[in-house]
Design a protein around this ligand. Structure first.
Ligand code: PMP
Length: 382
């Protein structure tokens, strides 16, 4: 069988960590992008009640009407138009939302533009959809973000989609309202649809720019497919609920594709998600906890000579350039050594298409300080 995909570099680190732990080694997890906090108790109670109702049946492929309505309200509060029957699909997380988007909408000859560094699943998803990924190098002077300047050289008459992830996994960079406007104008002018992977929106630490971002996105709504998830914001990673919002002509084929693959997102999880989205402000994870972890990571890394750090305005990752510390070793080797010799798991930049970096995740804060001590010592000892 033709090999379309390889194991993701993020999962490879996770598996190595679990293997060493099973052998009795103590490894601190600074690799996984999964909050350690539990979801709010009301969300869990809603799921239990859903199970006990004995009515967990198939739902419409686009999801239950009540949840679509709640999502439409969230979107409308941000100033977008969204009709729960036309513009929305509930999916089993952001991954299936992205995958369904590509499977339903991408043609064989299409090129999908992907800024580097990128979330590792984009490439296999694009390949499964039989399209071609085209990688756009980010601007190192600007947190590896991409703009029209970088994009121009990569446009062809096959360019049809652009995947924009902001805040970015792995860098934690956030596109500013001005950068977004410039980028979206350029994409619109070139008839390129923007797939906006917005899973870390909640984790923008300067809350004042959230509203500005919504305002900037609004006039471009027709050329955006907005993808969101409850995984990170509500600590519902394993519950598998996400959604996509777009023009009806784009959402309709996605409903058909999803109907043939998973049928519908898990019914109990949809009912629990309904609880979460009826009062998102009440049930979302406390941002100040992650902000304080971010400060702790920055403070600890400040003590490592020759380490350059991209300013992490969002998400729960810090992306650090280790090329001046380890000019002769590749990042995969460095991460392996940090794991085996220092007992701390971080992810190599090459997993995200950018060699010479490491990604430190502070999603799990249970042993953050111990992990940072080990990391700082490991990096400083070379
Ligand atoms: N996009 C990005 C950028 C991510 O980091 C992740 C999860 N790590 C996803 C999508 C997938 O999220 P979900 O759990 O909702 O499938």
């Amino acid at each position: 069988m033709k090999r379309l995909v390889e194991e993701s570099g993020t999962l490879a680190v996770f598996h190595q960590m679990n293997k060493l732990r099973a052998m009795g080694k103590d490894i601190v997890n600074l690799c996984v992008g999964e909050p350690d906090l539990p979801p709010a108790q009301d969300i869990e109670t809603a799921a239990v009640q859903a199970i006990q109702s004995h009515h967990l049946r198939y739902t419409p492929s686009e999801g239950i009407p009540e949840l679509r309505e709640a999502i439409a309200h969230v979107i409308q509060d941000e100033g977008w138009r969204a009709d729960e029957n036309r513009n929305l699909i509930i999916t089993a997380g952001a991954k299936p939302a992205l995958f369904t988007t590509l499977l339903a909408l991408v043609k064989k000859t299409d090129e999908v533009l992907v800024p580097v560094p990128y979330y590792p699943s984009y490439t296999p998803m694009i390949r499964f959809a039989c399209a071609k990924p085209v990688y756009i190098p980010g601007n190192p002077q600007n947190g590896y973000k991409t703009g029209p300047q970088e994009l121009k050289a990569y446009l062809t008459h096959h360019s049809r989609f652009f995947i924009l992830n902001s805040p970015v996994n792995p860098t934690g960079s956030v596109y500013s309202p001005d950068e977004l406007q410039e980028l979206l104008k350029f994409l619109q002018k070139n008839h390129i649809v923007c797939i906006l992977d917005d899973v870390y929106r909640h984790f923008i630490y300067d809350e004042t720019i959230k509203e500005d971002i919504s305002r900037i996105l609004k006039p471009f709504q027709r050329s955006i497919i907005l993808v969101r998830s409850l995984s990170k914001e509500f600590a519902m990673t394993g519950w598998r609920i996400g959604y996509a919002v777009a023009e009806e002509s784009l959402i309709t084929p996605m409903k058909t594709v999803q109907g043939h693959i998973i049928g519908n997102a898990q019914t109990a999880s949809q009912l629990a998600a309904l609880k979460a989205l009826q009062k998102p402000g009440k049930y979302a994870l406390p941002l100040h906890v992650f902000n304080s972890r971010r400060n702790d990571v920055m403070e600890a890394l400040h003590h490592v000579d020759h380490l350059s750090i991209i300013y992490p305005a969002g998400a729960f990752y810090v992306f650090a350039d280790i090329r001046r510390i380890h000019p002769k070793k590749n990042d995969v080797m460095v991460c392996s050594e940090l794991m085996e010799k220092s007992g701390v798991a971080v992810t190599p930049g090459s997993a995200f298409g950018l060699k010479g970096f490491i990604r430190i995740s502070y999603a799990d804060g249970s042993r953050l300080h111990e992990g940072l001590d080990r990391l700082v010592k490991g990096l400083s000892s070379r």
